[in-house]
Design a protein around this ligand. Structure first.
Ligand SMILES: [Zn+2]
Length: 440
């Protein structure tokens, strides 16, 4: 099933090199003359969004699509890209790093790409919980210049464009399926300081996009997924918002296919938003039962989801994980997304290193991520594990002011997100982050 694998989160330089090599090896490999009869052509599974009101579905496409083999040259030797931060909120080690690339923008159109990227991101970050937690994201724009403006398959299948990332509609003859050359995407993404998620914005007014989950990307790919979307279509941002639900929240698709029948597995699904338990009190989202929901329904057990019609249940009638006619995650999805944010990002940082002891008069300043809306950060100070309530919320302290006189004591700053969008104590614990200094 798609979206089940949880890839390694952090990239190293070596992993990046391995990624690029693996991408070239696996996705770029075409069967040689000797093995042509035996070796199946490489394929990739992608999520397809037939239209703004049509339900998405999973499709398998050849990794060597015609646009790639016939129209696209390999990455030119010495091809370069430039990177700049569209939004930098903190160190890459403590942030979710989103890489945005454009395709079908010429050298002269890079300003237009930046405008399109900004507009698309503003739309995505208007959806909760992205809106409240935008301060945990860095966003990197990677500029790749295409030889021609626009992308293949726009407006019709016979249109062919020479572009940096090989984006093309009519992928595997599906008009709205916007595929890309994933080894080129991986190559250019490696120029960003870090990449947890990659968006490709194709210069087009046509509705379309695709979602590649990590399991269907080249082995060793360090990021959780790639989402493609068209630049000037008002609805295509929802494709990005949905795909981040998989890659950050590890959420299942809540849609089903006619004719798929009963859920085939006996094991409870790993994802937060699907269950096999018909009894509402036994669901993993029992803490939310009966709650009104941003999607407009009441949290309960609604049959169908994870592509199957019966024997499996989802939390709400609809949501952004079921159909893009909904622009909201349900509360179960929001909670899982927030867990995902904190799995990769920290709300607490300090320029005072914790690796060296601090003097009793040393000023210790901490920074909290700038979060809004749903988020509710709570900063507490401890000396040797005992809370110093008079210092609650202080962004700057000294050991002496916390009452420390003498050596060897430990000062700890702890941030916890008290958001009401989290009810599971285990997820609440994940929102907590601490820094500890020893006093000399
Ligand atoms: Zn999906």
């Amino acid at each position: 099933m798609p979206h089940r694998a949880r890839p390694a989160r952090r990239r190293t330089a070596a992993a990046t090199a391995a990624l690029v090599a693996a991408a070239a090896l696996v996705i770029g490999a075409s069967p040689g003359p000797a093995g042509a009869a035996d070796v199946p052509a490489p394929t990739q599974r992608v999520e397809y969004f037939p239209g703004p009101t049509a339900e998405p579905r999973q499709v398998t496409v050849p990794a060597d699509t015609p646009a790639r083999t016939d129209r696209q040259a390999p990455i030119p030797r010495g091809a370069t890209s430039t990177v700049r931060a569209l939004q930098r909120t903190g160190p890459v080690a403590g942030r979710l790093d989103l890489v945005v690339m454009g395709d079908g923008y010429t050298t002269d159109e890079q300003g237009e790409f930046a405008d399109d990227a900004e507009e698309k991101l503003d739309e995505i970050f208007d959806v909760e919980p992205y809106r409240s937690y935008r301060g945990l994201f860095n966003v990197w724009l990677v500029n790749t210049a295409s030889h021609e403006s626009g992308v293949s398959g726009d407006p019709t299948a016979d249109v062919v464009k020479d572009t940096a990332l090989g984006a093309h509609f009519f992928c595997d003859d599906l008009e709205r399926l916007l595929c890309v050359d994933t080894d080129k995407v991986a190559h250019y993404a490696a120029s960003a300081p870090d990449a947890d998620i990659v968006f490709v914005i194709a210069n087009s007014t046509k509705y379309g996009g695709a979602g590649y989950s990590a399991v269907d990307l080249p082995p060793g790919t360090p990021f959780h997924g790639v989402a493609t979307m068209s630049s000037d279509n008002d609805s295509s941002y929802l494709i990005g918002a949905h795909e981040l639900g998989h890659s950050i929240g590890h959420l299942a698709d809540e849609y089903q296919y006619a004719g798929y029948g009963a859920y085939p597995n006996a094991d409870e699904p790993a994802e937060a938003n699907l269950t096999l338990r018909r009894d509402p009190a036994g669901t993993k989202w029992y803490r939310w039962l009966g709650s009104p929901d941003p999607t407009g329904s009441v949290v309960g057990t609604y049959e169908g989801g994870g592509y199957y019609e019966t024997g499996v249940y989802r939390p709400t009638e609809t949501s952004i994980m079921r159909a893009l006619t909904s622009t909201e995650f349900n509360v179960v999805g929001r909670e899982a997304m927030i867990a995902g944010f904190y799995a990769d990002a920290d709300a607490l940082t300090s320029s005072v290193p914790t690796s060296r002891p601090v003097g009793q008069g040393r000023r210790i300043t901490v920074r909290l991520a700038r979060l809004t809306g749903l988020a509710d950060l709570d900063l507490t100070w401890y000396v040797d594990g005992r809370e110093v309530s008079s210092a609650t919320g202080a962004l700057s302290v000294t050991p002496r002011k916390l009452g420390v006189h003498g050596r060897g004591h430990e000062i700890t700053a702890t941030v916890t997100d008290r958001t009401t969008a989290v009810r599971d104590p285990a997820i609440r614990a994940q929102t907590s982050d601490s820094l500890t200094w020893t006093v000399r």
